[in-house]
Write a protein that binds this ligand. Structure first.
Ligand code: HEM
Length: 377
Protein backbone atom coordinates (compact mmCIF):
# COMPACT_ATOMS: atom_id res chain seq x y z
CA UNK A 1 0.00 0.00 0.00
CA UNK A 2 1.38 3.46 -0.94
CA UNK A 3 0.93 6.04 1.74
CA UNK A 4 2.20 9.54 2.46
CA UNK A 5 2.10 11.26 5.84
CA UNK A 6 2.99 10.32 9.38
CA UNK A 7 1.83 7.85 12.01
CA UNK A 8 -1.18 9.97 12.93
CA UNK A 9 -2.37 11.40 9.60
CA UNK A 10 -1.66 9.79 6.26
CA UNK A 11 -2.98 9.43 2.72
CA UNK A 12 -3.63 6.03 1.20
CA UNK A 13 -3.05 6.22 -2.57
CA UNK A 14 -4.94 3.00 -3.29
CA UNK A 15 -8.30 4.04 -1.83
CA UNK A 16 -7.72 7.78 -2.19
CA UNK A 17 -8.71 8.33 1.46
CA UNK A 18 -6.97 10.03 4.35
CA UNK A 19 -6.62 8.13 7.62
CA UNK A 20 -6.38 9.86 10.99
CA UNK A 21 -5.30 7.59 13.86
CA UNK A 22 -4.05 9.96 16.59
CA UNK A 23 -6.31 10.95 19.48
CA UNK A 24 -5.59 14.74 19.48
CA UNK A 25 -5.82 14.81 15.67
CA UNK A 26 -9.24 13.10 15.67
CA UNK A 27 -10.45 15.44 18.42
CA UNK A 28 -9.39 18.42 16.29
CA UNK A 29 -11.33 17.08 13.28
CA UNK A 30 -14.47 16.30 15.32
CA UNK A 31 -14.37 19.80 16.85
CA UNK A 32 -14.38 21.49 13.43
CA UNK A 33 -17.55 20.43 11.56
CA UNK A 34 -17.30 23.46 9.23
CA UNK A 35 -14.14 21.94 7.71
CA UNK A 36 -14.78 18.25 8.37
CA UNK A 37 -18.32 17.76 7.04
CA UNK A 38 -20.47 14.74 7.90
CA UNK A 39 -22.15 14.84 4.50
CA UNK A 40 -20.11 11.87 3.31
CA UNK A 41 -22.63 10.77 0.66
CA UNK A 42 -21.67 13.82 -1.40
CA UNK A 43 -18.30 12.14 -2.19
CA UNK A 44 -19.48 8.57 -2.54
CA UNK A 45 -22.41 9.03 -4.88
CA UNK A 46 -25.60 10.71 -3.72
CA UNK A 47 -25.74 14.03 -1.88
CA UNK A 48 -27.65 13.80 1.37
CA UNK A 49 -27.94 17.59 1.49
CA UNK A 50 -28.28 19.06 4.94
CA UNK A 51 -31.91 18.19 5.46
CA UNK A 52 -32.46 14.54 4.61
CA UNK A 53 -33.20 13.62 8.22
CA UNK A 54 -30.20 11.31 8.71
CA UNK A 55 -28.85 13.33 11.63
CA UNK A 56 -25.43 11.70 11.67
CA UNK A 57 -24.76 12.81 8.06
CA UNK A 58 -26.07 16.36 8.46
CA UNK A 59 -24.10 19.56 8.99
CA UNK A 60 -25.14 22.78 10.74
CA UNK A 61 -27.56 24.52 10.65
CA UNK A 62 -29.91 21.63 9.67
CA UNK A 63 -28.16 19.32 12.12
CA UNK A 64 -28.68 21.59 15.11
CA UNK A 65 -32.40 22.04 14.45
CA UNK A 66 -33.12 18.33 14.14
CA UNK A 67 -30.88 17.41 17.06
CA UNK A 68 -32.60 19.94 19.33
CA UNK A 69 -35.91 18.47 18.38
CA UNK A 70 -35.03 14.89 19.25
CA UNK A 71 -32.83 15.68 22.27
CA UNK A 72 -36.01 16.04 24.33
CA UNK A 73 -36.58 12.32 23.97
CA UNK A 74 -33.15 11.53 25.41
CA UNK A 75 -32.79 13.85 28.40
CA UNK A 76 -31.08 12.29 31.44
CA UNK A 77 -34.48 12.30 33.19
CA UNK A 78 -36.23 10.40 30.38
CA UNK A 79 -33.37 7.89 30.18
CA UNK A 80 -33.23 7.35 33.96
CA UNK A 81 -37.00 6.74 33.89
CA UNK A 82 -36.39 3.72 31.63
CA UNK A 83 -34.38 1.89 34.32
CA UNK A 84 -37.25 -0.21 35.77
CA UNK A 85 -38.42 -1.27 32.32
CA UNK A 86 -34.89 -2.25 31.23
CA UNK A 87 -34.43 -4.27 34.45
CA UNK A 88 -37.79 -6.02 33.98
CA UNK A 89 -37.01 -6.87 30.34
CA UNK A 90 -33.55 -8.19 31.25
CA UNK A 91 -35.03 -10.36 34.00
CA UNK A 92 -37.59 -11.81 31.56
CA UNK A 93 -34.85 -12.61 29.03
CA UNK A 94 -32.67 -14.21 31.74
CA UNK A 95 -35.64 -16.28 32.95
CA UNK A 96 -35.96 -17.74 29.45
CA UNK A 97 -32.37 -19.01 29.51
CA UNK A 98 -31.87 -22.63 30.31
CA UNK A 99 -28.46 -24.29 30.59
CA UNK A 100 -25.69 -22.82 28.47
CA UNK A 101 -26.18 -19.43 26.90
CA UNK A 102 -25.85 -17.83 23.44
CA UNK A 103 -25.57 -14.27 24.64
CA UNK A 104 -26.34 -12.40 21.40
CA UNK A 105 -29.65 -14.03 20.50
CA UNK A 106 -30.77 -14.47 24.13
CA UNK A 107 -29.92 -11.07 25.61
CA UNK A 108 -27.55 -8.73 23.77
CA UNK A 109 -29.75 -8.34 20.70
CA UNK A 110 -33.33 -8.57 22.08
CA UNK A 111 -32.81 -6.18 25.01
CA UNK A 112 -31.69 -3.03 23.13
CA UNK A 113 -34.00 -3.75 20.20
CA UNK A 114 -37.07 -4.01 22.47
CA UNK A 115 -36.06 -0.83 24.34
CA UNK A 116 -35.63 1.25 21.17
CA UNK A 117 -38.75 -0.25 19.53
CA UNK A 118 -40.81 0.69 22.59
CA UNK A 119 -39.34 4.20 22.62
CA UNK A 120 -40.03 4.71 18.93
CA UNK A 121 -43.43 3.06 19.12
CA UNK A 122 -43.01 0.22 16.61
CA UNK A 123 -44.08 -3.27 17.74
CA UNK A 124 -41.23 -5.00 19.60
CA UNK A 125 -42.76 -8.27 18.36
CA UNK A 126 -41.42 -7.33 14.90
CA UNK A 127 -37.86 -7.66 16.21
CA UNK A 128 -37.05 -10.63 13.95
CA UNK A 129 -37.62 -8.21 11.07
CA UNK A 130 -35.33 -5.56 12.64
CA UNK A 131 -32.61 -8.17 13.05
CA UNK A 132 -32.97 -9.18 9.40
CA UNK A 133 -32.65 -5.55 8.30
CA UNK A 134 -29.75 -4.93 10.67
CA UNK A 135 -28.00 -7.96 9.16
CA UNK A 136 -28.58 -6.49 5.67
CA UNK A 137 -27.01 -3.19 6.79
CA UNK A 138 -24.03 -4.96 8.37
CA UNK A 139 -23.54 -7.21 5.33
CA UNK A 140 -23.51 -4.09 3.11
CA UNK A 141 -20.70 -2.58 5.17
CA UNK A 142 -17.24 -2.51 3.57
CA UNK A 143 -14.04 -0.45 3.54
CA UNK A 144 -14.69 3.02 2.10
CA UNK A 145 -12.95 4.16 -1.02
CA UNK A 146 -12.91 7.64 -2.57
CA UNK A 147 -11.94 6.23 -6.00
CA UNK A 148 -14.44 3.46 -6.79
CA UNK A 149 -13.00 3.10 -10.31
CA UNK A 150 -14.88 -0.13 -11.03
CA UNK A 151 -18.12 1.28 -9.59
CA UNK A 152 -18.30 -1.55 -7.02
CA UNK A 153 -18.96 0.81 -4.12
CA UNK A 154 -21.76 2.59 -6.02
CA UNK A 155 -23.34 -0.78 -6.86
CA UNK A 156 -23.11 -1.82 -3.21
CA UNK A 157 -24.94 1.35 -2.10
CA UNK A 158 -27.62 0.80 -4.76
CA UNK A 159 -28.11 -2.81 -3.71
CA UNK A 160 -28.33 -1.74 -0.07
CA UNK A 161 -31.00 0.84 -0.94
CA UNK A 162 -33.02 -1.89 -2.72
CA UNK A 163 -32.56 -4.36 0.15
CA UNK A 164 -33.76 -1.91 2.80
CA UNK A 165 -36.82 -0.78 0.80
CA UNK A 166 -39.20 -3.05 2.79
CA UNK A 167 -37.94 -1.37 5.97
CA UNK A 168 -38.57 2.09 4.49
CA UNK A 169 -42.14 1.06 3.64
CA UNK A 170 -42.63 -0.41 7.11
CA UNK A 171 -41.57 2.83 8.82
CA UNK A 172 -43.65 5.02 6.49
CA UNK A 173 -46.70 2.88 7.26
CA UNK A 174 -46.18 3.35 11.00
CA UNK A 175 -45.55 7.08 10.62
CA UNK A 176 -48.81 7.48 8.69
CA UNK A 177 -50.66 5.59 11.41
CA UNK A 178 -49.25 7.99 14.05
CA UNK A 179 -50.38 10.99 11.98
CA UNK A 180 -53.92 9.59 11.99
CA UNK A 181 -53.80 8.35 15.59
CA UNK A 182 -51.18 10.03 17.77
CA UNK A 183 -49.73 8.05 20.71
CA UNK A 184 -47.15 8.72 23.44
CA UNK A 185 -44.11 7.62 21.47
CA UNK A 186 -41.14 9.03 19.61
CA UNK A 187 -42.61 8.36 16.17
CA UNK A 188 -45.64 10.51 17.09
CA UNK A 189 -43.30 13.23 18.39
CA UNK A 190 -41.45 13.10 15.06
CA UNK A 191 -44.57 13.29 12.87
CA UNK A 192 -45.85 16.22 14.96
CA UNK A 193 -42.50 18.01 15.22
CA UNK A 194 -41.94 21.22 13.35
CA UNK A 195 -38.54 22.53 12.32
CA UNK A 196 -38.82 26.23 11.44
CA UNK A 197 -42.58 25.92 11.08
CA UNK A 198 -42.36 22.94 8.74
CA UNK A 199 -43.19 19.31 9.38
CA UNK A 200 -40.62 16.62 8.55
CA UNK A 201 -41.20 14.98 5.16
CA UNK A 202 -41.76 11.23 4.94
CA UNK A 203 -38.20 10.86 3.67
CA UNK A 204 -36.69 12.79 6.59
CA UNK A 205 -38.84 10.91 9.04
CA UNK A 206 -37.86 7.50 7.71
CA UNK A 207 -34.16 8.37 7.63
CA UNK A 208 -34.26 9.60 11.20
CA UNK A 209 -36.34 6.67 12.47
CA UNK A 210 -33.97 4.27 10.68
CA UNK A 211 -30.98 5.90 12.34
CA UNK A 212 -32.59 5.64 15.79
CA UNK A 213 -33.76 2.09 15.27
CA UNK A 214 -30.36 0.83 14.15
CA UNK A 215 -27.97 3.17 15.96
CA UNK A 216 -30.14 2.40 18.98
CA UNK A 217 -29.52 -1.31 19.00
CA UNK A 218 -26.72 -2.66 16.79
CA UNK A 219 -24.04 -0.88 18.79
CA UNK A 220 -25.53 -1.68 22.19
CA UNK A 221 -25.77 -5.35 21.18
CA UNK A 222 -22.05 -5.17 20.36
CA UNK A 223 -21.25 -3.39 23.63
CA UNK A 224 -22.87 -6.16 25.72
CA UNK A 225 -21.06 -8.96 23.88
CA UNK A 226 -17.76 -7.07 23.89
CA UNK A 227 -17.87 -6.43 27.63
CA UNK A 228 -18.56 -10.09 28.40
CA UNK A 229 -15.58 -10.96 26.16
CA UNK A 230 -13.36 -8.48 28.04
CA UNK A 231 -14.36 -10.13 31.34
CA UNK A 232 -13.70 -13.58 29.87
CA UNK A 233 -10.23 -12.47 28.77
CA UNK A 234 -9.43 -10.99 32.19
CA UNK A 235 -10.72 -13.46 34.81
CA UNK A 236 -8.90 -11.72 37.67
CA UNK A 237 -10.59 -8.39 36.80
CA UNK A 238 -13.90 -10.20 36.33
CA UNK A 239 -13.63 -11.58 39.88
CA UNK A 240 -12.96 -8.07 41.22
CA UNK A 241 -15.96 -6.67 39.35
CA UNK A 242 -18.23 -9.48 40.53
CA UNK A 243 -17.22 -8.67 44.12
CA UNK A 244 -17.42 -4.88 43.73
CA UNK A 245 -20.07 -3.79 41.24
CA UNK A 246 -19.05 -0.15 41.52
CA UNK A 247 -16.27 -1.20 39.09
CA UNK A 248 -18.76 -2.22 36.38
CA UNK A 249 -19.30 1.23 34.79
CA UNK A 250 -15.49 1.58 34.45
CA UNK A 251 -15.32 -1.90 32.91
CA UNK A 252 -17.97 -0.87 30.34
CA UNK A 253 -15.88 2.23 29.46
CA UNK A 254 -12.80 0.03 28.99
CA UNK A 255 -14.78 -2.34 26.80
CA UNK A 256 -15.88 0.68 24.72
CA UNK A 257 -12.27 1.89 24.50
CA UNK A 258 -10.63 -1.43 23.59
CA UNK A 259 -13.44 -2.87 21.47
CA UNK A 260 -15.06 0.24 20.04
CA UNK A 261 -18.32 -0.90 18.36
CA UNK A 262 -17.70 1.63 15.55
CA UNK A 263 -14.03 1.52 14.63
CA UNK A 264 -14.07 4.39 12.15
CA UNK A 265 -16.02 7.63 11.59
CA UNK A 266 -16.05 9.25 8.15
CA UNK A 267 -15.87 12.94 7.21
CA UNK A 268 -15.22 14.94 4.01
CA UNK A 269 -13.17 18.12 3.88
CA UNK A 270 -15.01 21.26 2.74
CA UNK A 271 -11.76 23.23 2.40
CA UNK A 272 -8.01 22.59 2.48
CA UNK A 273 -6.88 22.06 6.06
CA UNK A 274 -3.74 21.31 8.04
CA UNK A 275 -4.04 18.41 10.46
CA UNK A 276 -1.26 16.76 12.43
CA UNK A 277 1.41 18.37 10.23
CA UNK A 278 -0.22 17.23 6.95
CA UNK A 279 -2.10 19.38 4.44
CA UNK A 280 -5.37 17.73 3.40
CA UNK A 281 -6.90 19.29 0.26
CA UNK A 282 -10.63 20.10 -0.08
CA UNK A 283 -13.13 17.37 -1.06
CA UNK A 284 -11.18 14.50 0.48
CA UNK A 285 -12.61 11.58 2.38
CA UNK A 286 -11.13 11.39 5.86
CA UNK A 287 -11.43 8.23 7.95
CA UNK A 288 -11.12 8.85 11.69
CA UNK A 289 -9.93 5.57 13.22
CA UNK A 290 -11.33 5.93 16.73
CA UNK A 291 -10.40 2.42 17.76
CA UNK A 292 -6.73 3.14 17.06
CA UNK A 293 -6.96 6.56 18.75
CA UNK A 294 -8.30 4.81 21.86
CA UNK A 295 -4.85 3.18 22.14
CA UNK A 296 -2.87 6.40 21.63
CA UNK A 297 -0.01 6.24 24.19
CA UNK A 298 0.14 10.07 24.25
CA UNK A 299 -3.27 10.00 25.97
CA UNK A 300 -3.66 6.56 27.59
CA UNK A 301 -1.03 5.10 29.94
CA UNK A 302 -0.64 1.33 29.46
CA UNK A 303 -3.04 1.57 26.49
CA UNK A 304 -3.41 -2.20 25.91
CA UNK A 305 -4.34 -2.93 29.49
CA UNK A 306 -8.00 -3.53 30.46
CA UNK A 307 -8.25 -1.34 33.56
CA UNK A 308 -11.78 -0.80 34.95
CA UNK A 309 -10.36 1.83 37.34
CA UNK A 310 -8.93 3.96 34.49
CA UNK A 311 -9.83 7.59 35.23
CA UNK A 312 -10.14 9.71 33.19
CA UNK A 313 -11.00 7.56 30.19
CA UNK A 314 -11.45 9.97 27.26
CA UNK A 315 -12.11 7.26 24.64
CA UNK A 316 -13.72 8.36 21.39
CA UNK A 317 -16.12 5.45 20.93
CA UNK A 318 -19.19 7.69 21.23
CA UNK A 319 -17.57 10.36 19.02
CA UNK A 320 -17.18 13.99 20.18
CA UNK A 321 -18.47 17.44 19.36
CA UNK A 322 -21.82 18.22 17.75
CA UNK A 323 -22.46 14.58 16.70
CA UNK A 324 -21.59 13.09 20.11
CA UNK A 325 -23.77 9.99 20.43
CA UNK A 326 -27.28 10.99 21.40
CA UNK A 327 -27.90 7.54 22.85
CA UNK A 328 -24.75 7.29 25.00
CA UNK A 329 -26.61 7.64 28.36
CA UNK A 330 -29.11 5.00 27.24
CA UNK A 331 -26.39 2.61 26.02
CA UNK A 332 -24.48 3.00 29.30
CA UNK A 333 -27.64 2.42 31.34
CA UNK A 334 -28.59 -0.69 29.36
CA UNK A 335 -25.04 -1.98 29.73
CA UNK A 336 -24.95 -1.43 33.48
CA UNK A 337 -28.36 -3.00 34.19
CA UNK A 338 -28.02 -5.95 31.81
CA UNK A 339 -24.48 -6.88 32.85
CA UNK A 340 -25.21 -6.54 36.57
CA UNK A 341 -28.22 -8.86 36.32
CA UNK A 342 -26.30 -11.27 34.07
CA UNK A 343 -23.45 -11.53 36.59
CA UNK A 344 -25.97 -12.01 39.43
CA UNK A 345 -27.69 -14.81 37.55
CA UNK A 346 -24.61 -16.76 36.42
CA UNK A 347 -21.70 -17.29 38.84
CA UNK A 348 -19.81 -18.81 35.88
CA UNK A 349 -19.77 -17.29 32.39
CA UNK A 350 -16.93 -18.46 30.17
CA UNK A 351 -16.33 -18.85 26.46
CA UNK A 352 -15.89 -22.39 25.19
CA UNK A 353 -12.82 -23.08 23.02
CA UNK A 354 -14.82 -25.89 21.37
CA UNK A 355 -17.59 -23.44 20.36
CA UNK A 356 -15.87 -20.06 19.93
CA UNK A 357 -17.52 -16.65 19.42
CA UNK A 358 -18.34 -15.75 15.81
CA UNK A 359 -17.03 -12.28 14.88
CA UNK A 360 -19.28 -9.78 13.10
CA UNK A 361 -18.59 -9.74 9.34
CA UNK A 362 -17.89 -6.00 9.16
CA UNK A 363 -14.61 -4.09 8.69
CA UNK A 364 -15.94 -0.96 10.42
CA UNK A 365 -17.43 -2.52 13.54
CA UNK A 366 -16.07 -4.57 16.43
CA UNK A 367 -18.19 -7.27 17.96
CA UNK A 368 -19.61 -10.75 17.75
CA UNK A 369 -22.53 -12.17 15.81
CA UNK A 370 -22.80 -15.02 18.30
CA UNK A 371 -21.30 -15.63 21.73
CA UNK A 372 -21.82 -19.12 23.18
CA UNK A 373 -21.05 -19.20 26.94
CA UNK A 374 -20.62 -22.03 29.43
CA UNK A 375 -22.44 -21.43 32.71
CA UNK A 376 -20.78 -24.27 34.64
CA UNK A 377 -17.18 -25.47 34.93
C1 HEM B 1 -24.06 9.11 17.01
C2 HEM B 1 -21.64 5.33 18.84
C3 HEM B 1 -25.69 3.80 21.06
C4 HEM B 1 -28.21 7.14 18.64
C5 HEM B 1 -23.05 8.25 17.37
C6 HEM B 1 -21.66 8.44 17.05
C7 HEM B 1 -20.98 7.38 17.54
C8 HEM B 1 -21.95 6.52 18.20
C9 HEM B 1 -19.49 7.11 17.43
C10 HEM B 1 -21.04 9.65 16.33
C11 HEM B 1 -20.96 9.43 14.83
C12 HEM B 1 -20.20 10.53 14.12
O1 HEM B 1 -19.70 11.48 14.74
O2 HEM B 1 -20.08 10.44 12.88
C13 HEM B 1 -22.53 4.61 19.60
C14 HEM B 1 -22.16 3.47 20.41
C15 HEM B 1 -23.30 3.04 21.05
C16 HEM B 1 -24.38 3.91 20.62
C17 HEM B 1 -20.75 2.90 20.53
C18 HEM B 1 -23.50 1.92 22.02
C19 HEM B 1 -22.56 1.35 22.68
C20 HEM B 1 -26.73 4.58 20.62
C21 HEM B 1 -28.10 4.47 21.04
C22 HEM B 1 -28.81 5.40 20.32
C23 HEM B 1 -27.87 6.12 19.49
C24 HEM B 1 -28.61 3.50 22.11
C25 HEM B 1 -30.28 5.74 20.33
C26 HEM B 1 -31.14 5.39 21.16
C27 HEM B 1 -27.29 7.95 18.00
C28 HEM B 1 -27.67 9.08 17.17
C29 HEM B 1 -26.48 9.64 16.70
C30 HEM B 1 -25.40 8.85 17.25
C31 HEM B 1 -29.10 9.56 16.88
C32 HEM B 1 -26.33 10.85 15.78
C33 HEM B 1 -26.05 12.08 16.61
C34 HEM B 1 -25.75 13.29 15.76
O3 HEM B 1 -25.35 13.15 14.60
O4 HEM B 1 -25.92 14.41 16.28
N1 HEM B 1 -23.20 7.08 18.10
N2 HEM B 1 -23.88 4.83 19.74
N3 HEM B 1 -26.62 5.60 19.70
N4 HEM B 1 -25.92 7.83 18.02
FE1 HEM B 1 -24.90 6.40 18.97
Amino acid sequence: MTTTGNAFVHHDERSGTWTVSGHPEILAALSDPATFSSNVPRLVGGDAGDDDGNLVQMDPPGHRKLRTLVSHAFTPKVVAGLEPRIAALTTELLDDMDGDVELVSQLAHPLPVIVIAELLGVPASDRALFRKWADVLIAGDAEFTAKDEDGAQKQRFEKLARDVQPMVEYLIRHAHERRAEPRHDLLTALVQAEVDGERLTDGQLVNFATLLLFAGHITTTLLLGNTVLCLDEHPEQAARIRADRSLLPGAIEESLRLRSPFTVLARVTNTEVELGGQVIPADQMVLLRVRTANLDPRVFARPDEFDPARDPNPHLSFGRGIHFCLGAPLARLEGRIALNLLLDRFPVLRTDPADPPVPLPSPNMTGVASLPLRTAY
